[in-house]
Design a protein around this ligand. Structure first.
Ligand SMILES: [Zn+2]
Length: 287
């Protein structure tokens, strides 16, 4: 199984804290936590978001994630595109990190940063994504920050770049929640757009046992199922948990209950293996 959306370090976004106090622990302790979570959920591979960086020494914001992933077999880093830093030297430094094989994808934080996907600040990053066949993920939908502006985070903005950059594969994180049907339409219409299932059910073990929480989760699940069916593209949905916002094993269970079993092989493994690893992973998906 591949969980293509976790956080091992604080994202360093305006108005956002550490997501969870555990992300402030030393790298070896975070590494241990992630390994325990992976084991309990039966996950072999995790892809972990870097943090927003304006330093040319670490343009994709991955150094702290790499300190953790070097201790976790099966863990890979995702670089963060900063649209405010895109001069030639900065992009050259980002390209070096890519050439060193340090990232398996790039990501932009729509809404948290006040730029549309079509903003020219992102264009050099899309060109890198195209050149090195790196999928490009967008945070979409609801945010954790009162400083964020939602209009930038609506999934409709991704239609425009999907058309203008047809050779880049784009991923709509969180299925655009709460605009899941809108996201599904973008996935349906554009052959180069995917969606990730992360961050939809948030809470700890206690929340997951609470009847009110479960009632709300059921309604989210209904909307997700509707969007999944509407898109008619089961081959382009990707499993992600958004850990540490939810325990990995419980999140996996929630998605298993929501998406029909005949698509599990695709969403828990095959789709991510094709998108991020070009079918190069050798394991088969154990159930
Ligand atoms: Zn996330």
């Amino acid at each position: 199984m591949i969980d293509m959306h976790i956080h091992a370090v604080p994202p360093q976004l305006p108005g956002v804290g550490s997501l969870n106090p555990c992300l402030r622990l030393p790298p070896e302790e975070v590494a241990k936590l992630i390994q325990d979570e992976m084991r309990s959920a039966g996950i072999q591979y995790v892809l972990s978001m870097g943090s927003l960086s304006s330093s040319i020494a670490d343009p994709l914001g991955i150094q702290s994630t790499l300190r953790i992933s070097s201790r976790v077999p099966g863990m890979f880093a995702i670089g963060i595109a900063n649209p405010e830093h895109n001069d030639a030297a900065f992009i050259r430094a980002a390209e070096s990190q890519i050439l060193e094989g340090k990232v398996v994808a790039l990501k932009a934080y729509l809404g948290y940063l006040h730029y549309y996907p079509s903003d020219v600040g992102y264009h050099p990053y899309y060109k890198l994504a195209e050149k090195y066949h790196l999928p490009f993920i967008f945070h979409t939908g609801d945010t954790y920050s009162p400083e964020a502006k939602l209009k930038f985070a609506h999934p409709l903005g991704i239609d425009e770049v999907a058309v203008d950059f047809p050779n880049v594969s784009f991923v709509i994180a969180h299925v655009g929640n709460p605009w899941m049907l809108d996201a599904a339409e973008i996935v349906y219409k554009n052959l180069n757009v995917w969606a990730d299932l992360s961050g939809l059910f948030i809470g700890d073990q206690k929340d997951f046992n609470d009847p009110d929480w479960r009632c709300e989760a059921e309604s989210i699940g209904k909307r997700l199922k509707e969007a999944f069916d509407y898109s008619a593209r089961p081959n382009r949905f990707l499993y992600g948990s958004d850990w540490p916002l939810a325990p990995m094993n419980i999140y996996r269970q929630m998605i298993r209950q929501t998406i029909p079993e005949n698509f599990h092989e695709q969403i828990f493994f095959e789709n991510a293996q094709r998108l991020f690893f070009r079918n190069q992973l050798s394991i088969k998906n154990p159930r």
